[in-house]
Design a protein around this ligand. Structure first.
Ligand code: FMN
Ligand code: SF4
Ligand code: SF4
Length: 290
């Protein structure tokens, strides 16, 4: 049995957690699994070799109803293949039809290169932008996601087809809006500013997946290839990075999915919860097919 290759991009950890869940599930089913970050393929430290795999999983977060710019770079680099079988997994702040066209560019580009994209699924364990959900909500989304990942892996192993579809109106609307977001998000890095709290530790420069941050004359500067992944904003140890104008984007108090999940256990065992329950929550946790 050929191994499974899982290639993913994650800005703030949600997609990484889901990619790890998928790896565990395939291992339980007797597969050997390579789990590889897309940014490492782009840097050349890991290889994308479709011939090595019996199944290939490609995943990233939903950014502006579409894919982060790094995914386009990756898709350009992907070699042609003959009927390599691909499943797509996405994470999003919300699961529902408004995001169901988000993987169309990935499917189209891979199909043109000879891949067979036969399955796609969207998961949510939390949102890293605008609104942070209650920690107890995140915990329940996480548990529901574990079940959905197990279901997806079973379906993928059985070769079951699954395409996320919407009506034509939404398809056209999102098809027009998504490229505009994609261009706007490139410029987002230019709206970032660095406060005096910066210690010039270099972490943001080293960890930016798009190579969008550099230091010149003791100044942290940004180029025009931002992914809008927010990794730099949330992981700066000094909390020195913030937006000049787009101040509504990062969630108040930062975002760290592993920390939130740990807090969620305390909250479920008695601490207070607010009402930040997203609209899709009830259907997501109760409908195994969603
Ligand atoms: C700039 C930006 C745009 C986003 N756009 C969407 C969106 O269009 N729809 C959505 O449901 N979630 C959106 N999200 C939320 C993320 O998709 C979600 O939190 C995801 O799980 C983050 O994954 P990561 O932690 O692997 O980066 C957006 C997040 C950011 C930072
Ligand atoms: S991670 Fe923060 S403290 Fe370190 S160089 Fe970047 S902005 Fe400065
Ligand atoms: S500049 Fe920040 S938000 Fe933009 S790609 Fe780099 S780490 Fe992500």
């Amino acid at each position: 049995m050929k191994p499974v290759g899982i290639f993913y991009f994650s800005g703030t950890g949600n997609t990484k957690l889901v990619a790890e869940m998928i790896r565990e599930e395939f291992i339980k089913n007797g597969y050997e699994v390579d789990l590889i970050r897309i940014e490492d393929v782009l840097k050349g430290s890991c290889k994308f070799d479709p011939g090595r795999y019996g199944l290939i999983g490609i995943g990233c977060q939903v950014i502006g109803y579409s894919v982060p710019n790094i995914m386009y770079k990756f898709l350009r680099k992907v070699p042609e293949a003959e009927n390599s079988r691909v499943f797509i997994f996405r994470t999003a702040g919300g699961v529902g039809p408004v995001n169901y066209n988000a993987s169309n560019p990935v499917r189209r580009k891979l199909t043109r290169k000879g891949y067979e994209v036969f399955h796609e699924r969207m998961f949510s364990i939390g949102s890293n932008w605008i609104n942070k959900f209650d920690t107890s909500v995140v915990r329940q989304l996480y548990l529901a996601t574990q079940k959905k990942v197990a279901a997806m892996c079973g379906e993928v192993i059985n070769g079951q087809k699954r395409v996320l579809k919407t009506g034509l109106g939404l398809k056209l609307g999102i098809g027009l809006a998504a490229p505009v977001f994609s261009v706007l998000f490139r410029f987002m890095g230019k709206d970032l500013k660095v406060s005096e709290a910066c210690t010039h530790c270099g972490l943001c420069v080293d960890n930016c997946p798009a190579g969008n941050i550099y230091e010149k004359n003791h100044d942290i500067r940004f180029k025009l290839s931002c992914n809008c992944c927010l990794r730099c904003v949330y992981s700066c140890p000094q909390k020195a990075l913030s937006f000049k104008r787009l101040t509504f984007i990062p969630v108040t108090g930062g975002y760290d999915i592993n920390k939130i999940l740990n807090q969620a256990c305390e909250e479920i065992s008695g601490e207070s919860a607010t009402n930040r329950v997203p609209l899709f929550f009830n259907e997501y946790v109760s409908n195994g097919k969603m």
